[in-house]
Design a protein around this ligand. Sequence first.
Ligand code: ASP
Length: 303
Amino acid sequence: MKAARGSLLGIEHLKAEEISGLLGLARKMNPRKARPLLRGKRVLLLFYEASTRTRSSFEVAAQSLGAATTLVLSSGSSIEKGESLLDTAYTLRAVGADLIVVRHPNAGAPALMAAHLDIPVINAGDGMHEHPSQALLDAYTILRHKKTLKNLQVAIIGDIYHSRVARSAIHLLSKFGAKIALCGPSEFLPEVAATLAPGLRITRTAEDAVHGADVVMVLRVQKERLAGEKISLENYMSRYQMTLPRLRLAKKDALLMHPGPIIRGLELTWEVADCSQSMIVEEVHNGVPVRMAILAKALGKAS
Ligand code: ASP
């Protein structure tokens, strides 16, 4: 499917050089020092699903670059009256959008919009498919603490099946030669996940996944995507919850990451969320310059 120029729909089809280019551009971005690269541009934020970090940081990023932003939420808009995704997209284009950031519960919704619009579309999370800006900000965060992604031992633990964050992270990290272990019960990690990228290792034991890791990425149980599947949370927590003793099996300087929102006491303990290795707040902080880079690049203002 063709896509409007400048669109960012996923990590899977990006080249490593394009990713490095975006990360390099993000390093030059400073949200506190206004650079009106996007003055006169209108960024429409179209959210069909709940969001705190992604939505606010795309908004702050756009405004830091001098763009005007308008937020449209599915609740309270004509989407509730039954307007289709494409009709909503054409409407926002007609209002004067120069770029649309969209989050949608269905995989492929941003790609569909990008195929029908003449302005860039940025995927802010589509169903269980991809969350490219999260993968980019996670790579940016890791590279602030580690020299390279090559041969880095990364453990991704939890509800991988329902996680667009995991999918984008796997694509990105494997393009740069990280050694990835995926860990979770079969409901959250079917064997077929091993085919997402070359060299992935699947393990059912948190201790095994974390052992010797440089990065431990913990994921939320995506209850909203369980679709009637029943899992025993108690059993899950006893085997996969990130606790301090489990985290201590990783390298001493391992980074603890989580895309948020965190559910303290479920996928990780309070102590782990607040420990000195936790990158959870830093990831959010880094989301702003990374999203500034994404917007500037999409609108052809990368310099
Ligand atoms: N915030 C992330 C997402 O939108 C992760 C999560 O919700 O657990 O996919």
